[in-house]
Design a protein around this ligand. Structure first.
Ligand code: SF4
Length: 218
């Protein structure tokens, strides 16, 4: 299959998903790449929302897109930086608490089903907390590789791929970093603690999703 055919396949699939998401009261856009995703973010979200404060739930997609760096230096927006790895533990936790009171919370989703559901598994819980309640608006940047057909495949994707890869990335001492599959561990380093399935956005369009026609994040 030529590269263009692959892009066209995903464009069609993302359009179907966009329709399902909007039926579920999410606001959704499709971007062909990370740069277009950032344009949508600034033009279609930041402009009308006019946030005074922003924060983040853990997401490699957000960091790698460059949006994190852009927001840190954005004028007139207070950025509660939860990605600063130099923070002492108390500050690390406190910033995550404060991040839940912002106008705009930016993260990704571990998986999206073609029925328009979001599926997430979190370690500390601040990411799924911000997705669920607290920040006035929530924005998700999601690469096409996170899209699966149904809830069973979403759970498989998260447990058998995303979580072990994230454990490897974070140098966690968990059995999945040796076996490359979830062993449902009791390790102190376990990152799989809270599942959240988001079926609809409440209030409508509080959760805004930029679907990106690229493979991004885990
Ligand atoms: S439950 Fe434990 S073994 Fe399974 S993916 Fe999570 S951290 Fe790894």
């Amino acid at each position: 299959m030529s590269q263009q055919a692959i892009e066209n396949f995903w464009q069609g699939k993302l359009q179907n998903l966009q329709a399902k998401l909007e039926k579920n009261n999410f606001k959704a856009w499709i971007a062909s790449d990370q740069n277009q995703a950032k344009s949508i973010f600034w033009q279609d979200i930041v402009k009308p929302v006019n946030p005074q404060s922003v924060s983040f739930g853990g997401s490699m997609t957000v960091v790698n897109s460059g949006l994190y760096e852009e927001l840190k230096s954005a004028k007139g927006i207070k950025c509660i930086d939860t990605y600063d790895t130099t923070l002492p533990k108390e500050e690390f936790i406190e910033r995550r608490r404060q991040g839940l009171l912002t106008d705009l919370f930016i993260t990704s989703s571990n998986a999206l089903t073609m029925e328009g559901q979001l599926v997430n598994l979190d370690g500390m819980g601040n990411r799924v907390a911000g997705l669920t309640f607290g920040p006035v608006h929530c924005v998700l940047l999601v690469g096409r590789n996170k899209v699966v057909d149904d809830l069973d495949l979403a759970v498989d994707r998260v447990k058998e791929y995303a979580a072990p890869v994230n454990c490897l990335r974070l140098n966690k001492n968990t059995p999945c970093t040796k076996t490359m599959r979830c062993e449902d561990c009791n390790s102190p380093d376990r990152i799989c603690n809270t599942w959240v399935i988001t079926e609809k956005s409440f209030p409508p369009e509080r959760v805004k999703i930029i679907l990106i026609n690229e493979d991004l994040g885990y």
